[in-house]
Write a protein that binds this ligand. Sequence first.
Ligand SMILES: [Zn+2]
Length: 258
Amino acid sequence: MAAVYEIYALSPGGRQVDWSTRLFMEPIGTTTTSAYFLWLLRGPAGALLVDTGFTARLGKSKGLPVEQLRTRDELLDTAGCNPNEVKTVILTHLHWDHFDLEGFLPQATFWVQRRELDFWHGFGGQDPWTRRFLSDCFAQDLEAVRSAGRLRVIDGTLELVEGVRVEWVGGHSPGMQIVVVQTAKGPFVIGNDALTTYRNLRDWVPPAIHLNSVAECLGAMARIKSLAGGDEGRICPGHDGEVWKKFPEVKPGVYRLA
Ligand SMILES: [Zn+2]
């Protein structure tokens, strides 16, 4: 029998944002709930994480109402996952709300696309506008895992373990990758910020943040839609508060996607 995984979206909470920060060229004036997530996969290879979440310290420095948010430690504890024992972490991309370590996940190996690393080591990490997407600990975090031999670099598509595959899609960030997971209800796509919200797909609008290219964003959206057979119940976007309603909250802040 093929390897099948359970998927849990762990959410610290969210904040109100204007739709124009989610849908490219959307007029300003209507708001939506922007949620934050990291994802826990459970299956034959044990517990895998998709992205790391962020510390309250970093969240506060980025303007989040952290006193109203759950911490990632609380969320993992609630989900019954010990962060000190996690061995595998897929980094969808390296923006601050997806990659912030500060000593977190000390045993884990981190899987990231080469194009993402190259961009942030070059132009992206130097330009004062693009740098806003990184954690202020970015360089130290990356060096810590690299020097410990805990960084793995991917070019394109890779089946990490049976039942869990990553695919480079670009668009939102140069090395953006999506995660395709075999579940009891079929292939499930963690579209992440390649698909910030369901409305990007429904209205066919690229994400407002597309550091690499609009064309890549549209290609990514088409790929996500096709992988999930057009079924929104098998897609999770990166920042949509609708996820809280669409899937059962099995424990506080823990949503079972599949
Ligand atoms: Zn994000």
